[in-house]
Ligand binder design. Structure first.
Ligand code: DGL
Length: 254
């Protein structure tokens, strides 16, 4: 079992930012990264259709033989992680907007959370927010349309989107921005360029630490160096090359 790969998935390239954090902390492991390009983006679909996608992807990864699963997608985590945990016994780690990290810094300014419409709408996120909303001023920013621009590496489109998106949000009143979608980490620098005062937070290093802890507890860590990443996409085969490129970028963002 220790030699089995770790399955990681997202609707597309976003979860590759999570994968880079996993590889950094677990450099001896084998990974299969699955991007569900054929059915992306997830964040504007219904909970039921996302659950269907997640079960199909997890089924594929389980058939490949994995020792742990990382749901490197906030949207899929909100929509389906409880259901897959009901079925499988191997460690399943999800990713959620890292609100706790922002609130730990004790700011008296506002905290913004940028995520997909589905993540923001879901009960899982409302519960998370309710833990902090009496002590902090939290504003939620659904950002439909950004995922597609990131997938297409449309740099001009991304900058135009962001300027327009933040126009009416008075970002000078905010100290922190939590990126609650793994795709958005690829535009962290673009946002930081517009708003240098913002502390921009993502949950990837926490996910990697959590996975390492679970694998250690279960004695499932690789003992010899077997590092490998296999990229799989449900969409066009050309996506595999694109995913390799995104992995190179993701390593520079750590
Ligand atoms: N990267 C995903 C997330 O973290 C999903 C983006 C999408 O497909 O809408 O939510």
């Amino acid at each position: 079992m220790r030699d089995f790969p770790i399955g990681v998935f997202d609707s597309g390239v976003g979860g590759i930012s999570t994968l880079a954090s996993l590889v950094k902390l677990l450099p001896n492991e084998r990974f299969i990264f699955y991007a569900d390009h054929k059915y992306a983006p997830y964040g504007v679909q219904t909970k039921e259709s996302i659950q269907k996608h997640v079960f199909r992807v997890v089924d594929y990864l389980v058939n490949r033989g994995i020792k742990a699963l990382v749901v490197a997608c906030n949207t899929a985590t909100s929509a389906a992680i409880d259901d897959i945990r009901d079925i499988y016994t191997f460690p399943i780690i999800g990713v959620e907007p890292a609100l706790k990290v922002a609130t730990d810094s004790n700011t008296d300014k506002k905290i913004g959370v940028m995520a997909t419409p589905l993540t923001i709408k879901e009960e899982k996120f409302s519960k998370l927010c309710s833990r902090f909303k009496n002590s902090f001023d939290i504003e939620l920013f659904p950002a439909p349309g950004l995922v597609e621009l990131i997938e297409n590496r449309d740099e001009n489109g991304i900058d135009e989107f962001l300027i327009d998106f933040f126009r009416d949000k008075y970002m000078s009143n905010f100290s922190h921005l939590v990126l609650g979608c793994t795709h958005y980490i690829f535009v962290k620098k673009n946002i930081q360029k517009i708003y240098p005062h913002l502390t921009i937070i993502d949950g990837n290093s926490g996910v990697a630490r959590h996975l390492k802890k679970r694998l250690t507890e279960l004695n499932l860590l690789q003992t010899t160096n077997s590092f490998d990443i296999e990229f799989v996409s449900s969409g066009d085969i050309s996506n595999v090359e694109k995913m390799r490129e995104f992995f190179k970028i993701a390593k520079t963002l750590l």
